[in-house]
Design a protein around this ligand. Structure first.
Ligand code: DX5
Ligand code: ZN
Length: 236
Protein backbone atom coordinates (compact mmCIF):
# COMPACT_ATOMS: atom_id res chain seq x y z
CA UNK A 1 0.00 0.00 0.00
CA UNK A 2 1.49 3.32 -1.09
CA UNK A 3 1.81 5.70 1.87
CA UNK A 4 -0.41 8.76 1.86
CA UNK A 5 1.24 11.64 0.04
CA UNK A 6 1.71 14.87 1.99
CA UNK A 7 3.00 17.82 -0.03
CA UNK A 8 4.98 20.56 1.70
CA UNK A 9 2.39 22.99 0.37
CA UNK A 10 -0.81 22.66 -1.62
CA UNK A 11 -1.30 24.87 -4.67
CA UNK A 12 -4.90 25.71 -5.54
CA UNK A 13 -5.66 26.94 -9.04
CA UNK A 14 -9.24 28.20 -9.46
CA UNK A 15 -10.43 27.68 -13.04
CA UNK A 16 -11.94 30.87 -14.43
CA UNK A 17 -14.08 28.75 -16.74
CA UNK A 18 -16.68 28.99 -13.96
CA UNK A 19 -16.08 32.70 -13.21
CA UNK A 20 -18.41 35.53 -14.22
CA UNK A 21 -16.86 36.49 -17.56
CA UNK A 22 -18.53 39.89 -17.51
CA UNK A 23 -16.41 40.74 -14.43
CA UNK A 24 -13.25 38.75 -15.09
CA UNK A 25 -10.78 41.32 -13.71
CA UNK A 26 -12.70 41.49 -10.44
CA UNK A 27 -13.01 37.71 -10.27
CA UNK A 28 -9.27 37.05 -10.65
CA UNK A 29 -8.47 39.75 -8.09
CA UNK A 30 -10.91 38.09 -5.70
CA UNK A 31 -9.32 34.66 -6.01
CA UNK A 32 -5.85 36.08 -5.47
CA UNK A 33 -7.13 37.92 -2.37
CA UNK A 34 -8.58 34.62 -1.16
CA UNK A 35 -5.19 32.91 -1.37
CA UNK A 36 -5.24 31.24 -4.79
CA UNK A 37 -1.80 30.16 -5.99
CA UNK A 38 -2.52 30.25 -9.72
CA UNK A 39 -5.20 31.35 -12.16
CA UNK A 40 -6.19 28.28 -14.20
CA UNK A 41 -7.00 29.46 -17.74
CA UNK A 42 -8.89 26.97 -19.93
CA UNK A 43 -8.44 27.42 -23.68
CA UNK A 44 -10.91 25.44 -25.82
CA UNK A 45 -11.09 25.55 -29.62
CA UNK A 46 -14.26 23.65 -30.61
CA UNK A 47 -12.00 21.19 -32.44
CA UNK A 48 -9.89 19.32 -29.90
CA UNK A 49 -12.80 19.67 -27.44
CA UNK A 50 -16.46 20.46 -28.18
CA UNK A 51 -16.46 23.91 -26.57
CA UNK A 52 -15.04 27.35 -27.29
CA UNK A 53 -13.59 29.69 -24.69
CA UNK A 54 -10.88 32.30 -24.41
CA UNK A 55 -7.53 33.11 -26.00
CA UNK A 56 -4.37 35.24 -25.62
CA UNK A 57 -6.24 38.56 -25.69
CA UNK A 58 -8.13 37.63 -22.53
CA UNK A 59 -4.91 36.38 -20.90
CA UNK A 60 -3.30 39.73 -21.65
CA UNK A 61 -6.36 41.54 -20.27
CA UNK A 62 -6.29 39.78 -16.87
CA UNK A 63 -2.49 39.82 -16.53
CA UNK A 64 -2.31 43.28 -14.87
CA UNK A 65 -5.03 42.32 -12.36
CA UNK A 66 -3.02 39.61 -10.53
CA UNK A 67 0.48 38.87 -9.35
CA UNK A 68 0.00 35.09 -9.15
CA UNK A 69 0.94 32.89 -12.10
CA UNK A 70 -1.39 32.19 -15.00
CA UNK A 71 -1.68 28.46 -15.71
CA UNK A 72 -2.77 28.10 -19.34
CA UNK A 73 -4.39 24.75 -20.13
CA UNK A 74 -4.52 24.38 -23.91
CA UNK A 75 -7.32 22.17 -25.18
CA UNK A 76 -6.53 23.03 -28.78
CA UNK A 77 -5.22 21.29 -31.88
CA UNK A 78 -2.73 22.14 -33.29
CA UNK A 79 -0.82 23.62 -30.37
CA UNK A 80 2.44 25.26 -31.43
CA UNK A 81 1.26 28.51 -33.04
CA UNK A 82 -0.47 29.60 -29.83
CA UNK A 83 2.58 29.22 -27.58
CA UNK A 84 4.38 32.47 -28.49
CA UNK A 85 1.07 34.32 -28.28
CA UNK A 86 0.31 33.09 -24.75
CA UNK A 87 3.89 33.66 -23.60
CA UNK A 88 3.63 37.25 -24.83
CA UNK A 89 0.24 37.59 -23.14
CA UNK A 90 1.78 36.81 -19.75
CA UNK A 91 1.25 33.07 -19.26
CA UNK A 92 3.57 31.44 -16.70
CA UNK A 93 2.67 27.79 -17.26
CA UNK A 94 1.50 26.27 -20.54
CA UNK A 95 0.18 22.71 -20.67
CA UNK A 96 -1.16 20.80 -23.67
CA UNK A 97 -2.59 17.39 -24.56
CA UNK A 98 -0.07 15.08 -26.30
CA UNK A 99 -2.74 13.86 -28.76
CA UNK A 100 -2.97 17.43 -30.06
CA UNK A 101 0.69 17.86 -31.02
CA UNK A 102 2.50 15.90 -33.75
CA UNK A 103 5.83 16.46 -32.00
CA UNK A 104 5.43 16.45 -28.25
CA UNK A 105 9.11 16.88 -27.37
CA UNK A 106 9.40 19.88 -29.70
CA UNK A 107 6.28 21.52 -28.27
CA UNK A 108 7.57 21.12 -24.69
CA UNK A 109 10.87 22.69 -25.72
CA UNK A 110 9.07 25.51 -27.51
CA UNK A 111 7.15 26.38 -24.32
CA UNK A 112 10.36 26.44 -22.28
CA UNK A 113 12.16 28.48 -24.96
CA UNK A 114 9.45 31.09 -24.48
CA UNK A 115 10.23 31.30 -20.76
CA UNK A 116 7.20 29.36 -19.45
CA UNK A 117 6.93 26.19 -17.41
CA UNK A 118 5.88 23.31 -19.67
CA UNK A 119 3.50 20.45 -19.03
CA UNK A 120 1.57 17.56 -20.53
CA UNK A 121 -2.11 16.93 -19.83
CA UNK A 122 -3.31 13.34 -19.71
CA UNK A 123 -6.98 12.64 -20.42
CA UNK A 124 -8.66 9.97 -18.28
CA UNK A 125 -7.96 7.28 -20.91
CA UNK A 126 -4.45 8.46 -21.86
CA UNK A 127 -1.68 6.17 -20.64
CA UNK A 128 1.04 7.47 -18.33
CA UNK A 129 3.51 6.01 -20.84
CA UNK A 130 3.33 9.25 -22.81
CA UNK A 131 5.60 10.63 -20.06
CA UNK A 132 8.29 7.99 -20.65
CA UNK A 133 10.79 9.86 -22.80
CA UNK A 134 10.10 13.46 -21.83
CA UNK A 135 10.45 13.49 -18.04
CA UNK A 136 13.45 15.81 -18.29
CA UNK A 137 11.42 18.37 -20.26
CA UNK A 138 8.43 18.55 -17.92
CA UNK A 139 7.77 21.12 -15.21
CA UNK A 140 4.25 19.87 -14.59
CA UNK A 141 2.01 16.90 -15.30
CA UNK A 142 -1.72 17.59 -15.35
CA UNK A 143 -4.05 14.63 -14.92
CA UNK A 144 -7.60 15.19 -16.14
CA UNK A 145 -10.10 13.74 -13.71
CA UNK A 146 -12.96 14.49 -16.13
CA UNK A 147 -13.07 14.43 -19.92
CA UNK A 148 -12.00 17.90 -21.04
CA UNK A 149 -14.46 20.42 -22.40
CA UNK A 150 -16.77 21.49 -19.59
CA UNK A 151 -16.76 22.60 -15.98
CA UNK A 152 -18.99 21.06 -13.34
CA UNK A 153 -18.49 17.37 -14.19
CA UNK A 154 -18.03 14.57 -11.63
CA UNK A 155 -14.54 13.41 -10.60
CA UNK A 156 -13.60 10.10 -12.26
CA UNK A 157 -12.44 7.81 -9.40
CA UNK A 158 -9.80 5.88 -11.44
CA UNK A 159 -7.77 9.12 -11.41
CA UNK A 160 -6.71 8.29 -7.84
CA UNK A 161 -4.76 5.19 -8.93
CA UNK A 162 -3.27 7.16 -11.82
CA UNK A 163 -2.17 9.92 -9.45
CA UNK A 164 -0.34 7.31 -7.33
CA UNK A 165 1.40 5.96 -10.45
CA UNK A 166 2.56 9.38 -11.61
CA UNK A 167 3.55 10.43 -8.06
CA UNK A 168 5.83 7.36 -7.92
CA UNK A 169 7.36 8.26 -11.29
CA UNK A 170 8.00 11.84 -10.27
CA UNK A 171 9.52 10.80 -6.94
CA UNK A 172 11.79 8.28 -8.69
CA UNK A 173 12.82 10.96 -11.21
CA UNK A 174 13.72 13.34 -8.35
CA UNK A 175 15.58 10.60 -6.49
CA UNK A 176 17.72 10.09 -9.61
CA UNK A 177 18.67 13.77 -9.68
CA UNK A 178 15.87 14.98 -11.96
CA UNK A 179 14.20 18.39 -11.79
CA UNK A 180 11.05 18.95 -9.70
CA UNK A 181 7.78 18.28 -11.52
CA UNK A 182 4.42 19.47 -10.18
CA UNK A 183 1.48 17.06 -10.27
CA UNK A 184 -1.79 18.82 -10.96
CA UNK A 185 -5.31 17.43 -11.14
CA UNK A 186 -8.22 19.01 -13.02
CA UNK A 187 -11.93 18.25 -12.90
CA UNK A 188 -14.48 17.62 -10.19
CA UNK A 189 -12.24 18.70 -7.30
CA UNK A 190 -14.45 19.64 -4.33
CA UNK A 191 -14.14 20.25 -0.58
CA UNK A 192 -15.47 16.71 -0.11
CA UNK A 193 -12.79 14.88 -2.15
CA UNK A 194 -9.69 17.09 -2.11
CA UNK A 195 -8.12 15.26 0.86
CA UNK A 196 -8.05 11.90 -0.94
CA UNK A 197 -6.90 13.51 -4.19
CA UNK A 198 -3.88 15.07 -2.47
CA UNK A 199 -3.20 11.92 -0.44
CA UNK A 200 -3.00 10.06 -3.79
CA UNK A 201 -0.21 12.35 -5.00
CA UNK A 202 -1.44 15.73 -6.25
CA UNK A 203 0.33 18.92 -5.12
CA UNK A 204 -1.70 21.30 -7.32
CA UNK A 205 -5.49 21.21 -7.58
CA UNK A 206 -7.65 22.98 -10.14
CA UNK A 207 -11.13 23.83 -8.89
CA UNK A 208 -13.64 25.68 -11.05
CA UNK A 209 -17.28 25.23 -10.04
CA UNK A 210 -16.28 24.43 -6.44
CA UNK A 211 -14.72 27.89 -6.05
CA UNK A 212 -16.81 30.18 -8.24
CA UNK A 213 -20.03 28.43 -7.25
CA UNK A 214 -19.50 29.22 -3.56
CA UNK A 215 -18.92 32.97 -3.15
CA UNK A 216 -18.83 34.60 0.28
CA UNK A 217 -21.54 37.10 1.19
CA UNK A 218 -19.23 39.91 -0.02
CA UNK A 219 -18.61 38.18 -3.38
CA UNK A 220 -15.11 37.01 -2.40
CA UNK A 221 -13.87 33.43 -2.17
CA UNK A 222 -12.03 33.26 1.17
CA UNK A 223 -14.47 30.81 2.74
CA UNK A 224 -14.33 28.19 0.01
CA UNK A 225 -10.57 28.52 -0.40
CA UNK A 226 -10.11 27.87 3.33
CA UNK A 227 -12.58 24.99 3.16
CA UNK A 228 -10.55 23.43 0.31
CA UNK A 229 -7.30 23.67 2.30
CA UNK A 230 -8.69 22.55 5.66
CA UNK A 231 -9.03 18.78 5.02
CA UNK A 232 -5.60 18.42 3.37
CA UNK A 233 -2.70 16.95 5.34
CA UNK A 234 0.62 18.71 4.64
CA UNK A 235 4.14 17.55 5.44
CA UNK A 236 5.43 19.21 8.57
C1 DX5 B 1 -12.39 21.10 -18.05
C2 DX5 B 1 -11.43 22.16 -17.61
C3 DX5 B 1 -11.39 22.38 -16.15
C4 DX5 B 1 -12.70 22.85 -15.55
C5 DX5 B 1 -12.80 22.28 -14.18
O1 DX5 B 1 -12.11 20.74 -19.37
O2 DX5 B 1 -10.11 21.83 -18.01
O3 DX5 B 1 -10.33 23.22 -15.77
O4 DX5 B 1 -12.83 24.24 -15.47
O5 DX5 B 1 -14.03 22.60 -13.66
P1 DX5 B 1 -14.61 21.89 -12.37
O6 DX5 B 1 -13.65 22.16 -11.24
O7 DX5 B 1 -15.94 22.54 -12.21
O8 DX5 B 1 -14.71 20.41 -12.67
ZN1 ZN C 1 -8.37 22.96 -17.14
Amino acid sequence: MTPLYKPAALRIAPSILSADFSRLGEEVRAIEAAGADLVHFDVMDNHYVPNLTIGPLVCEAIRPHVNIGIDVHLMVEPVDALIPLFAKAGANIITFHPEASRHVDRTLQLIRDHGCKAGLVLNPATSVHVLDHVMDKLDIVLLMSVNPGFGGQAFIPSTLAKLRLVRDRIDAHLAHGGQPIWLEVDGGVKVSNIAEIVAAGADTCVAGSAVFGAPDADGGYRGVMQALRAPVALAT
